[in-house]
Design a binder for this molecule. Structure first.
Ligand code: ZN
Ligand code: ZN
Length: 335
């Protein structure tokens, strides 16, 4: 076996490459987020910023590396954009690939993806969503390497870890919070967990697609209780979250479900910045199929690019984050 990064010969029992330090059991997006390159000034297009963080020519604040974050691990890709109206990006994502199984090296055995949407009414919502996504991804990747891997149990543990991480951000006067949706994808199964209104979809190459999540919103609860959709949507608090990840949350158990798709396709995770423009399964399905290739045959980075562009062209009122994982997962290019 050789290190996929530097080519050094590595012992199968080793967890890290002795030459370059690469983790041979997993790869993941950087903790803190795959921050984008410091962009040009939004005021004048210049690129010189003073130590105070403001443009030296026009005084605009320096754009954040969080404004547009791209992750591409080959088997999974994600894109998170600030959008056109919000002053900062409070969405976050974390993705990773676990290699080998039961502590032994081998090809990719699981892909994990997490999307969290910071609740904009709280300060430091961007920190909340990032630590939640990072913590959860770590728990899921670590679990996937174990011989007794149970994706549903790992998802519950990941959510508990996200709660712990977000709770550490609590101050006396504020409790930062976020939504949560994750997917653990293997060669045979997809396990999804969620709290809040970020969504997961299955888009099959053949014409069967499915929304895998149900929104934890007041409107969903009202409809479930028998109130008409029209009346529910007119309720002033309709879009408020019924569940979330935060120190002030009452309901902390995530919804968890596993499915075994019969054919190939792609799993799409997204924040409401996307689905507000594509609210029905049919509209999202059609947006993916606007490209003639079977969804699983497109590179996931191409797919997330197209969906984020659609949200921005539609107005970009909110932060938008999309992550795509083709199913079944590939071997990750290792031997
Ligand atoms: Zn190496
Ligand atoms: Zn400027």
């Amino acid at each position: 076996m050789t290190c996929p990064r530097c080519g050094n010969v590595v012992e199968p029992s080793h967890r890290f490459c002795e030459e370059c330090g690469l983790n041979l059991r997993q790869t993941r997006t950087p903790v803190g987020g795959p921050l984008g390159a410091a962009a040009a000034c939004r005021g004048c297009g210049g690129d010189s910023f003073g130590p105070d963080g403001f443009c030296e020519q026009c005084g605009h604040v320096r754009p954040s590396g969080r404004d547009r974050m791209m992750a591409d691990l080959g088997l999974v890709a994600g894109l998170s954009d600030r959008g056109r109206r919000r002053s900062r990006n409070e969405d976050s994502m974390a993705c990773g690939v676990a290699f080998g199984a039961a502590g032994q090296p081998g090809p990719a055995s699981a892909v994990v993806a997490v999307v969290c949407d910071g609740v904009a009414s709280t300060e430091r919502a961007d920190s909340a969503s990032q630590v939640a996504a990072d913590q959860a991804a770590d728990i899921l990747l670590e679990a996937a390497a174990q011989s007794d891997f149970d994706a549903e149990a790992a998802t519950s543990e990941a959510v508990a870890a996200a709660f712990e991480a977000v709770t550490e951000l609590k101050r006396a006067d504020e409790s930062p919070s976020c939504t949560y949706v994750s997917a653990v994808v293997t060669g045979t199964e997809v396990t999804v967990g969620w709290l809040g209104d970020s969504r997961a979809y299955w888009i099959g190459d053949a014409l069967q697609s499915e929304q895998l999540t149900t929104d934890d919103t007041v409107v969903s609860l009202l409809i479930a209780a028998g109130i008409s959709e029209e009346d529910a949507l007119n309720d002033p608090g309709a879009h408020a979250l019924a569940r979330w990840v935060g120190a002030d949350a009452e309901e902390r158990e995530p919804h968890v479900r596993t499915c075994s798709p019969a054919g190939s396709g792609v799993i799409v995770l997204c924040s409401d910045g996307l689905w507000n423009y594509l609210p029905t399964l049919g509209s999202l399905d059609a947006a993916v199929r606007a490209d003639p290739r079977p969804p699983s045959q497109r590179s996931p980075s191409d797919l997330v690019d197209a969906l984020v562009a659609l949200a921005l062209e539609s107005g970009g009122h909110d932060n938008v984050t999309v992550v795509a994982v083709p199913f079944p997962i590939g071997d990750g290019g290792t031997t």
